[in-house]
Design a protein around this ligand. Structure first.
Ligand code: IPD
Ligand code: CA
Length: 279
């Protein structure tokens, strides 16, 4: 099989597994979603459905791709022997899910190399929004697409608008110190743009960017599973997605937009100290 066919096969696996897990969390969402645990702070929750979704994804990938590793938000790293690792967020937008607010998704990507954004090459990925029946996916070098209610169309990326006209998505971490620093950056940014959106799922923010529903997106503190699939989808749709100072997208900062806006936004975020130490 050629490298091209291989990437497409991996995309199909990502779509299949993410769709199954997306249906599970949507169709089986209890009226009262139960919190199973808290993580980095009392407002950073894991629900029983996060655990059920990751269990299903682990079982499916073990069956379909037994030699690959898996890094999941809830269960951590299981090493493989193939050099590929699946990077899994069983529910991105868990707080939306807890409250029954739209804007949660399953995010699954497969990466070559060490499963960290600084070292990996993302080969394929899928973000599945079950509440709206949207399946976003991409394979490296093959563009990005969305299947909306059964109809598939290519994702064309955001328009290159001036900073002052930009609708910018972002998100906030769960730790008070980080949030205070993020609020300071936001107060410098907000007067200079059209407006801000906080949708509550980084994976869906990046897909909205890929679909031109946001002009730009930035966030500090994203974990590997929050960004792996979404960054590939946005890049394959034509967005520039990086960190600051010539670095790649990582936990430190993810900034995405069309090229001209990306330049203006990264320059401003740098001046506002968006990737400065804030813990
Ligand atoms: C969170 C969401 C949110 C982002 C946070 C993430 P989770 O992921 O993606 O939009 O702002 O940084 O932690 O906790 O819902 O998987
Ligand atoms: Ca999650």
């Amino acid at each position: 099989m050629s490298a091209d066919d291989f990437a497409l096969t991996l995309q199909e696996v990502a779509v299949r597994v993410a769709t199954g897990a997306g249906r599970l969390i949507h169709d089986e969402r209890p009226a009262d979603v139960e919190v199973a645990a808290t993580k980095t702070s009392p407002v950073d929750v894991v629900t029983k459905m996060d655990l059920a979704s990751e269990e299903l994804i682990r079982a499916e990938l073990a069956r379909l791709r037994p030699e690959d590793g898996l890094l999941g938000e809830e269960g951590g790293l299981r090493s493989g022997t193939s050099g590929l690792t699946w990077v899994v967020d069983p529910i991105d937008g868990t707080v939306n899910y807890l409250y029954g607010v739209a804007g949660y998704a399953v995010s699954i990507a497969v990466v070559a190399g060490q499963p960290t954004p600084q070292a990996w090459q993302v080969l394929a990925g899928c973000v599945m929004d079950p509440k709206h029946d949207l399946v976003y996916s991409a394979a490296r070098g093959h563009g990005a697409q969305v299947t909306d209610g059964g109809v598939t169309r290519p994702l064309q990326g955001p328009a290159d608008v001036p900073l002052a006209r930009a609708l910018v998505g972002t998100g906030f971490g769960y730790l008070p110190g980080r949030r205070a620093a993020q609020a300071r950056v936001l107060s410098g940014l907000l007067p200079r743009i059209r407006d801000i959106r906080r949708l509550g799922s980084a994976a869906l923010d990046l897909c909205a960017l890929a679909d031109g529903l946001l002009d730009a997106y930035y966030e500090r503190g994203l974990q590997p599973w929050d960004q792996a699939a979404g960054v590939l989808i946005a890049q394959e749709a034509g967005a520039v997605v990086t960190g600051l100072h010539g670095l790649g997208a990582s936990e430190e900062l993810v900034v995405g937009a069309a090229p001209g806006l990306h330049r203006a936004l990264t320059e401003l975020l740098g001046r506002l100290g968006a990737s400065s130490d804030d813990r």
